[in-house]
Every structure is written in C-alpha cells, then in structure tokens.
Design a protein around this ligand. Structure first.
Ligand code: HEC
Ligand code: HEC
Ligand code: HEC
Ligand code: HEC
Ligand code: HEC
Ligand code: HEC
Ligand code: HEC
Ligand code: HEC
Length: 407
C-alpha cells in the first residue's frame, strides 16, 4: 500500500510538473491570457453555409455570436436553413450576390453563391416547426392587420405619411412588406417585427416578435418582457396591470429562482416557477393544457371590443372555438397553483364586471349619442371619456377607442 501510494504521489507530481511546463510555455505565447474564443466550424455543414458563417463572423460578430449561442447552432441549423431564398421569392437580396465577388472578404468567391432573403417568415420556420406556425396562423396576432383595417378603415389614408404608419400602428401590428423595382426592401415597411406583418410569401407575422433573432430562445419568450413592447400604455395596459398584480410582484421578487430554460413543453408550475407570466397563462403548456402559439385560445371574452362579447361573436374575426372550453383550459392553468373556489370566484367577479360594464356603462351611455349623430364636422365629446368622438366623414359612429365597427 505504502509503495503504491508513493508511486501515485510521484505520478501526481510528474503530471503537475508537466502541466506547469505546458502552462508556462502557453504563458510565454499569450502573456495576458487574452480570452479569444475559437469557434471551429468542422461539422458536416454545406460549404455555402460555412461561407455565410465565416464571412458574417467578420462583418457582423453580433449576429454570429447570437447564432453560435442558440439551440439552432447546436442542432446544426445554419444561416442557410433560414435565409435561403425559395424559387419565385420576390424579396431576394440582389445586392448580396456581389459580396461573393469580393476577394477581400472571407469566402468571397463565386462558388459559394446562393440566393438569400433578409426577411425570414413563419413560412420559412414552418419547414421545421409546422405545429407552432399552424397555431400561430389562426391567432389574432397573425390576423391583426385584417382586423384593424376592418375596425379602423381610415388607417390607410388617415395618417400623415407612410412613415407615421410604420413607426406608429405598424410597429406593433406589422407592416405590409414590399420591395422597390431594384428588389430592395422598401424602408417604409422594413425593418419591422410586428405580430401580423404581411409577408411577400403570403404568410403572416414575424416569429421574432417574441423570439428575437438570432438566439430564438424560449427563455426570453416566457418572460413578461417579451410581450411588454406592445402590451403597454393606455389602450392596452396589460404589462402595467401585471406588474401591479400579486403575480407580477412574485415574478419580480423571485424571478432569479425561476428556471426559464426548461426544455420546450416541460416548463412546470411549481417546479420551474411559482408565479405565472403572460406566457404561462396564455401560451405555455401546464398540466392537462397543451401549449399553444394561438393567443386567442383560453380567452372567453373579447374585452377590447367596445361592447364586450364572446370571441366567436367578434365580427371582424370570429374565433372558431367554444368559449366554455377555452375558459376551462385557462382554469386548468390556474389549478396548478389555486383551488377551485379561488378560481371560480375570480371568474364570477370577472363576469360580473363585464356585465356591469356592458349594461350599466356602455349601453346607457351610447343610447343618446347614436340617436343624434351630427353630420358635416367633427364633434369630440369628452363627457364620458376622452376617446368618444364622432366622425361624419366616414360611415358612422366612432366608438370608444375611436373604433368604427358596430358589435
Ligand atoms: C463573402 C462574404 C459574405 C458571404 C459569404 C455571405 N454574406 Fe451575407 N452579407 C455580406 C455583407 C458584406 C452584407 C452587408 C452587411 C451590411 O450591410 O453591413 C451581407 C448582408 C446579408 C444579409 C442582409 C441582407 C439585406 O438585404 O439586408 C443577410 C440576411 C445575409 N447577408 C445572409 C447571408 C447568408 C444566409 C449567407 C450564406 C448563404 C451569406 N449572407 C453569405 C457578406 C457575406
Ligand atoms: C432560425 C432561423 C435563422 C437562422 C438560423 C439565421 N437567421 Fe438571420 N434572421 C432570421 C430572422 C427571423 C431575421 C429577422 C428578419 C425578419 O423578421 O424577417 C433574421 C435577420 C437577419 C439579418 C438582418 C438583420 C439585421 O439586423 O441586419 C441578417 C444580416 C442575418 N439574419 C444574417 C444571418 C446570419 C449571418 C446567420 C448565420 C450565422 C443567420 N442569419 C442565421 C432567421 C435566421
Ligand atoms: C405599442 C404597440 C401598439 C401600437 C403602436 C398600436 N397598437 Fe393597436 N393594439 C395593440 C395591442 C397590444 C392590442 C390588443 C389590445 C387588447 O387585446 O387588449 C391592440 C388592439 C388594437 C385594435 C383592436 C383590435 C381588436 O381585435 O379589437 C385596433 C383597431 C388597433 N389596435 C388599432 C391601432 C391603430 C389604428 C394604431 C395606430 C394609430 C395602433 N393600433 C397602434 C398594440 C399597439
Ligand atoms: C407571442 C409570442 C410568441 C410568438 C410571436 C412566437 N412564439 Fe414561439 N414560443 C413562445 C413561448 C412563450 C414559447 C415557450 C412555450 C413553453 O413554455 O414551452 C415558445 C416556444 C417556441 C418553440 C419551442 C417549442 C414549443 O412549442 O414550445 C418553438 C419551436 C417556437 N416557439 C417557434 C415559433 C415560431 C415558428 C413562431 C412564428 C410562427 C413563433 N414561435 C412565434 C412565444 C411566441
Ligand atoms: C431547418 C430546420 C429549422 C428551421 C428552418 C428553424 N428551426 Fe427552430 N429549431 C430547429 C431545431 C432542430 C430545434 C431544436 C434544437 C434543440 O432542441 O437543441 C429548434 C429550436 C427552436 C426553438 C426553441 C429554442 C429553445 O430555447 O429551446 C425556437 C424558439 C425556434 N426553434 C424558433 C424558430 C423560428 C422562429 C424559426 C424561423 C425564423 C426557426 N426556428 C427555424 C430547427 C429549425
Ligand atoms: C409585436 C407586438 C406584440 C407582442 C410582442 C405581443 N403581442 Fe399580443 N397582441 C398584439 C396585438 C397588435 C394584438 C391585437 C390583435 C387584434 O386584436 O387585432 C395582440 C393581442 C393579444 C391577445 C388577445 C388575443 C385575442 O384573441 O383577443 C393576447 C392574449 C396576447 N396578445 C398575448 C400576448 C402574449 C402572452 C405575448 C408575449 C408572450 C404577446 N401577446 C406579445 C401585439 C403583440
Ligand atoms: C394569471 C394568468 C394571466 C396572466 C399572468 C396574464 N394574463 Fe392575460 N388574461 C388572463 C385572463 C384570465 C384573461 C381573460 C380571459 C377571458 O376573456 O376569459 C386575460 C386577458 C388578456 C387579454 C385580453 C384579451 C381580449 O381579447 O379581451 C390580453 C391582451 C392579455 N390577457 C394579455 C396579457 C399579457 C400581455 C400579459 C402579461 C403582461 C398577461 N396577459 C398576463 C390571464 C392572464
Ligand atoms: C404558478 C402558480 C400560479 C398560477 C398558474 C396562477 N396563480 Fe394566481 N397566484 C399565485 C400565487 C402564489 C399568488 C399569491 C397568493 C397570496 O396572496 O398568498 C396568487 C395570487 C392570485 C390572486 C390574488 C391577487 C391579489 O392581488 O390578491 C388571484 C385573484 C389569482 N392569483 C388568480 C389566478 C387566476 C385566475 C389564475 C389562472 C388564470 C392564476 N391565478 C394562476 C400563483 C399562481
């Protein structure tokens, strides 16, 4: 035993010596231990994809780094998989082809040339994520441009400029993508990551509204911050309501303990988080409830319509579902953390608030105004709220929130 121990000790010493020698020669080469990270692109990637990565690593290290840290990179999904233009695509980046003739750039050679498009749409993602894209395409997110055009038809002509539309409404709702004669993306429509962007391949939306490129991380989308760039302010104060609620308080107090990185579909109330975020209630799976990319699921009232109605009765975009089943899904989300009486009593109060708003506030308030609509000029009546106004230049009454459509 003794001898063996001595031998082992010698071995350890020898190895230690070797490491020290090795290290000192490394120190000699890199006196400051500069932290230069090397990414080796040795996996079986097509040479055209290696070219994208190598050239863009030099020109846009930020894009490269984001991608390199994504789950896509670990699964060998490259720039080419998402940006390769399909035959017939109207938005091919024609100017990009000239970079393949630039010998001063890495891989700037004709042999690597492929057509690419800057816009990556839900249709491009659907090749690998068909379920998420199908669900998304049914949501009010994807279809919001059609909805707001029906509700606010003045939108197309009623604003000062295309730029105002782009940086105003379309920033959140989405632009109608277009290219100029030279095939360049029209700056009045791009860049844009609105939820209902109308893409040139016919698909709707932009998956980057919640999963920013090039990380495309579920951990980001699960946080309320993924939604608050749009769901804020007087018209739709969801983030303010959330932040002031007990759920929001708990999120802010305990988020460091939440496991936002759980694998897709496995994010579990109790185990991974103790207070729900927007995504936990509206999108993520929980117990018996399947996850969904259709935020119109789980909702039983259209509370933003002037008269609160059931989602299936919302004329501009009737939901193809049964509100009672959807409510049951939402209640099942609550059940992970609350008992039935807590949940049912909450919903009873909610239904009562809807009823009171409709019957006690909305209907009596509207009656006198619909009977005496003036013609020929604007009258803004701030008797009830600042948002009640009439515009005789369009077909009828503009209702709460400036909406023109009758429920
Ligand atoms: C030889 C270098 C080189 C190669 C190879 C290369 N690119 Fe580029 N790419 C560029 C440069 C330079 C730009 C312009 C960057 C800028 O505007 O700052 C660019 C721009 C882009 C854009 C934005 C286009 C736009 O219209 O806004 C995308 C998307 C893109 N590249 C993707 C790719 C993909 C995908 C590949 C591989 C199939 C690839 N690139 C290969 C050099 C290269
Ligand atoms: C999983 C799909 C995916 C992969 C992989 C991917 N991209 Fe993108 N890329 C996107 C999306 C989505 C956008 C945002 C455009 C949009 O909203 O349509 C984008 C935007 C871009 C843009 C324009 C954005 C800007 O800020 O200028 C460039 C350039 C680009 N990508 C280059 C690359 C390069 C280089 C790689 C590989 C290192 C890569 N992309 C990998 C999906 C992808
Ligand atoms: C900051 C992001 C943002 C901007 C900017 C924005 N909206 Fe919205 N809009 C939303 C959100 C979020 C909703 C959903 C509200 C809800 O469900 O409570 C919404 C809802 C609507 C609705 C109601 C849709 C329905 O289903 O009833 C209309 C109409 C609308 N917006 C029109 C506009 C117009 C017109 C503009 C520009 C003047 C605009 N929005 C600017 C985020 C935005
Ligand atoms: C409104 C925000 C939002 C938008 C827009 C969005 N996602 Fe997601 N996505 C999420 C959330 C939240 C999760 C995490 C679900 C969970 O907890 O498992 C997620 C998860 C995913 C996952 C992981 C697998 C899964 O289903 O959980 C994929 C893949 C995905 N999204 C693809 C897409 C694609 C493709 C699009 C565009 C059609 C898209 N997402 C648009 C919020 C969004
Ligand atoms: C060529 C196939 C392919 C394409 C195209 C593709 N993805 Fe993925 N994506 C994958 C694979 C494979 C994974 C799983 C990686 C893993 O779990 O390690 C993944 C994972 C994801 C995740 C989960 C990441 C996480 O944090 O767990 C999201 C979100 C996602 N993709 C969004 C998108 C979006 C948005 C697009 C389009 C812009 C897109 N993907 C295009 C193959 C693809
Ligand atoms: C880029 C802007 C944007 C982001 C980011 C965004 N939304 Fe929305 N959301 C909208 C708009 C615009 C609407 C209104 C659609 C309509 O009614 O026309 C909306 C509507 C909704 C609705 C109402 C759906 C219905 O059928 O009435 C829910 C619920 C919702 N969003 C949840 C979320 C959640 C959860 C997130 C984050 C995970 C999120 N949204 C992120 C813009 C956004
Ligand atoms: C505790 C769960 C929970 C959380 C957390 C939550 N919501 Fe909701 N949300 C609900 C419920 C319940 C409703 C009402 C559903 C109904 O009509 O039956 C609702 C309604 C909405 C609506 C209105 C839909 C309509 O058409 O009337 C929007 C938009 C929305 N939520 C977005 C968000 C956003 C954004 C966040 C995060 C800032 C968030 N929610 C956080 C449960 C939640
Ligand atoms: C991940 C767990 C979780 C989920 C899911 C969840 N909650 Fe909660 N909720 C909590 C916790 C924890 C509290 C704090 C209770 C306390 O005050 O001690 C809370 C508080 C509340 C409160 C009291 C708010 C106040 O200000 O006093 C209500 C009401 C509520 N939840 C309703 C719901 C409803 C409705 C749902 C489903 C749509 C839901 N919760 C989903 C964990 C959750």
């Amino acid at each position: 035993m003794r001898r063996r121990k001595g031998f082992c000790l010698f071995g350890v010493l020898l190895t230690g010596l070797m490491i020290t020698v090795g290290m000192s020669s490394a120190v000699a080469q890199q006196p400051n231990f500069a932290k230069v990270k090397e990414y080796r692109i040795e996996r079986s990637l097509p040479p055209e994809a290696v070219a994208c990565i190598a050239c863009h690593k030099a020109s846009n290290p930020g894009i490269f780094d984001d991608w390199a840290h994504s789950r896509h990179a670990s699964a060998n999904i490259t720039c080419l998989d998402c940006h390769l233009a399909q035959p017939g695509d109207a938005d091919v980046a024609k100017e990009h082809e000239k970079y393949y003739g630039r010998s001063d750039l890495p891989y700037g050679e004709e042999q690597y040339k492929v057509p690419i498009a800057a816009v990556v749409t839900p249709k491009d993602c659907s090749r690998c994520h068909p379920d998420e894209v199908t669900q998304y395409s049914k949501s009010k997110h994807a279809n919001t441009i059609e909805i707001i055009w029906k509700l606010d038809p003045w939108l197309n002509k009623g604003m000062n400029s295309d730029n105002e539309r782009k940086v105003g409404c379309y920033h959140c709702h989405g632009t109608v993508m277009a290219v100029d004669e030279a095939g360049r993306l029209d700056p009045m429509t791009w860049p844009n990551v609105g939820v209902g962007r109308l893409n040139m391949d016919g698909s709707k939306g932009s998956c980057t509204s919640c999963h920013t490129r090039h990380r495309f991380a579920v951990s980001e989308a699960r946080r309320p911050e993924a939604c608050d760039s749009c769901h804020l302010g007087p018209d739709h104060p969801q983030i303010e309501i959330y932040n002031e609620s007990k759920h929001g308080t708990l999120y802010h107090a305990f988020q460091d303990e939440f496991n936002f990185n759980a694998a897709p579909g496995t994010w579990t109330p109790g185990a991974d988080y103790r207070a729900p975020t927007c995504a936990a209630c509206h999108m993520s799976g929980s117990g018996k409830v399947m996850g969904t990319h259709d935020v119109t699921e789980r909702i039983s009232w259209e509370t933003q319509a002037p008269l609160t109605i059931r989602p299936a009765d919302f004329k501009p975009f009737p939901a193809d579902n049964d509100w009672q089943m959807e409510r049951e899904k939402m209640k099942n989300v609550c059940r992970a953390c609350h008992g039935d009486s807590w949940i049912n009593d909450f919903y009873q109060g909610f239904d009562k608030a809807v009823d009171e708003y409709n019957e006690v506030y909305f209907k009596p308030a509207r009656r006198p105004w619909t009977n005496c609509m003036p013609r020929g000029f604007w009258i803004s009546a701030s008797i009830l709220t600042n948002t009640w106004s009439w515009n005789s230049t369009s077909s009828g009454i503009m209702k709460a929130g400036g909406r023109e459509w009758e429920p």
